[in-house]
Structures are given as structure tokens and as C-alpha cells.
Ligand binder design. Structure first.
Ligand code: THU
Length: 132
């Protein structure tokens, strides 16, 4: 199964009764394993979680922390792009060269980009160095 196919399967399981915008994310790690997540909304709107966050949680729960590749897919007419918060979450477990492919279930259009192009100047541990 390709990463796109895996993302499409989990996108269909999305729980998005409020926005009606279903998102699926598939993360492949350096081990070759694939972890999936979908957005899970809540009647208290800010409590909802993004697809990428779900996939990251599944990856970490399985004992993995090294993202090799990401695919995100949603309902829109054009390929979905990860929100700002998800870019930072992905950066925690990725090096800048990790490829993020964005797609839509509507057609075969895809956008492929490096995470470092999606989030230049990511906040990192290097910014936390201080004099005591
Ligand atoms: N959403 C994601 O799951 N990932 C993103 O990167 C963009 C936004 C979800 C959150 C919410 O459930 C719906 O899409 C509309 O914002």
C-alpha cells in the first residue's frame, strides 16, 4: 500500500461533524512502518485534534520518533497543507529534508515539499540555550 492509499483509508475514518473537512495523515518512519491519524473534532471546538497530531501520537506510542516521509490528504478541491501547529509538531520528529506530500481525494493533484520549506526557521531546542 502506498502512503497516499494509507492516508486515504484513514481520511475516510475522520470524525469531522462540525467542519465537514476530513483529513488523513500517513507517516512513514525510518523503520519503514506507517502510522495513521485523522482529525477528531469535538463539540467544544478547540478540543479537536488534527490528523497529523493523531499520526504522530500513534508513532510515538509505538516507540518510534524518526519521521522519514509524510502524506496528508483532505476533502478540498486543492491539496491540503498542514496547519502551522502541525508543521511545528512534525518538525519535532523530522529533519528538514523530510518530504511532505499534500493531496486531495478529489483528484490526483499533489504538492511535494520539504518540511523546511513549509516551516523555515522552526523553533528548536537550539533556541533554548541560555546563560544561567
Ligand atoms: N486539520 C487537520 O487535521 N490538519 C491540518 O493540518 C489542517 C486542519 C483539520 C482540523 C479541523 O478538524 C479541520 O481540519 C478544519 O480545520
Amino acid at each position: 500500500m502506498t502512503l497516499r492509499q494509507a492516508a486515504k483509508v484513514v481520511q475516510k475514518r475522520s470524525y469531522a461533524p462540525y467542519s465537514k473537512f476530513r483529513v488523513g495523515a500517513a507517516i512513514k518512519t525510518d523503520s519503514g512502518a506507517i502510522y495513521l491519524g485523522c482529525n477528531v473534532e469535538n463539540v467544544a471546538y478547540p478540543e479537536g485534534t488534527c490528523a497529523e497530531a493523531g499520526a504522530i501520537a500513534a508513532m510515538v506510542a509505538a516507540g518510534e520518533t524518526e519521521i522519514a516521509e509524510v502524506y496528508v490528504i483532505a476533502d478540498g478541491l486543492t491539496p491540503v497543507t498542514p496547519c502551522g501547529g502541525c508543521r511545528q509538531k512534525l518538525a519535532e520528529f523530522s529533519h528538514g529534508e523530510v518530504i511532505v506530500t499534500m493531496g486531495t481525494v478529489e483528484n490526483d493533484e499533489e504538492v511535494r515539499t520539504r518540511l523546511s520549506d513549509l516551516l523555515p526557521g522552526a523553533f528548536g531546542i537550539n533556541h533554548m540555550i541560555k546563560n544561567d
